[in-house]
Ligand binder design. Structure first.
Ligand code: GBP
Ligand code: ZN
Length: 298
């Protein structure tokens, strides 16, 4: 009888991933969610630290997986076990400790074949393949991953773009956030313009955007400070507030949505240039926007 109760309660608890992890939920900033992209691949969103995201990218055909920015190795191994996948690769967006700081522990705790560690900066622990040319192609199982160098937040920042005929996704680290962008720690407005406008904006509109931090509410509030009558922004902020109440992550966004709501993706648009008093100069718009965001108290 006691055994039957245990089995029953196990079945109830394993109904979905987030209830399985409910015992941790008070310490997690967001629930774990999985986004399916047809029969080809899926992305599991794994929260870490106070507002970071790690992502488990799974090729459904081969069961091979990569992990983006595995700062919390225990959470990664739990997901790898639960999903029954073979982890082969670490995709590191940049060297900051809250993204690359788990690489060493993950490599040390790995019992399978050695992990390939991808990144664009020699400050990344365990790096085995340096991405020094933008557009370098990798394979995770049957999936094509394109490495896009986007220096500015850090000089070695890389975004990872996965494209299939059943959907595309981009892991943007601290370059592009939902409604915002990363601070210019090691670069300038010209470089962030190149990253956001010349590289990321040119990806297909329906590309799902998986970023490095859950900053959506504060970013969208800043967006509304810049463009108070932007209807897309007003409605997205409402949606996002409901999601955050329920601890739902606000990723993925899409490239198409970011072009409608993210002031840093809109530096070429008159309303944003007027708000920053930089008509006709998108790079100056980018520079001023970043300064305003740095000082914005919400
Ligand atoms: C907040 O929580 O309010 N806006 C944030 C402030 C990325 S983390 C925290 C912050 O500055 N976050 C960074 C950022 O780029 N934010 C965009 C923004 O504020 O609009 N980090 O952890 C940051 O990159 C880090 C680690 C920084 C090591 C420097 C080193 Br060295
Ligand atoms: Zn960073």
């Amino acid at each position: 009888m006691q055994r039957a109760f245990k089995v029953l309660s196990f079945l109830l608890v394993t109904k979905n991933t987030s209830s399985l992890l409910s015992r941790y939920s008070s310490t997690m900033h967001s629930n774990i969610i999985t986004k399916e992209f047809g029969r080809q691949f899926k992305v599991q969103v794994l929260p870490a630290l106070s507002d970071n995201f790690m992502y488990l990218l799974i090729d459904k055909t081969t069961g091979e997986a990569a992990i983006v920015d595995p700062v919390a190795p225990n959470t990664v191994w739990e997901a790898v076990k639960r999903e029954n996948v073979k982890l082969t690769t670490i995709l590191t967006t940049h060297h900051h400790w809250d993204h690359a700081g788990g690489n060493k522990e993950l490599i040390d705790g790995n019992v399978g074949d050695p992990l390939t560690v991808i990144g664009g900066d020699d400050r990344i622990d365990g790096l085995t393949k340096m991405i020094d040319t933008s557009g370098t192609d990798l394979k995770i199982g049957l999936l094509d991953v394109k490495c896009l160098r986007t220096p500015c937040h850090t000089t070695g920042h890389v975004c990872y773009y996965v494209s299939t005929d059943e959907g595309s996704v981009v892991f943007t680290g601290d370059t592009l956030f939902v409604g915002g962008c990363g601070r210019f720690f090691e670069g300038n407005a010209q470089q962030m313009y190149e990253a956001l406008i010349e590289i990321l904006s040119k990806l297909p509109e329906n590309t799902a955007v998986f970023c490095g931090h859950e900053y959506s509410i504060q970013n969208l509030k800043f967006g509304l400070h810049v463009e108070p009558t932007n209807e897309d922004l007003l409605s997205l902020l409402k949606t996002v507030e409901v999601k955050r109440q329920a601890k739902e992550p606000c990723v993925p966004s899409t490239i198409g949505m970011e072009k409608l709501v993210n002031p840093f993706m809109r530096v070429g648009i008159a309303s944003v240039q007027n708000a920053t008093k930089t008509p006709g100069n998108s790079i100056e718009t980018m520079r001023i926007l970043r300064e305003l965001k740095n000082d914005f108290k919400g």
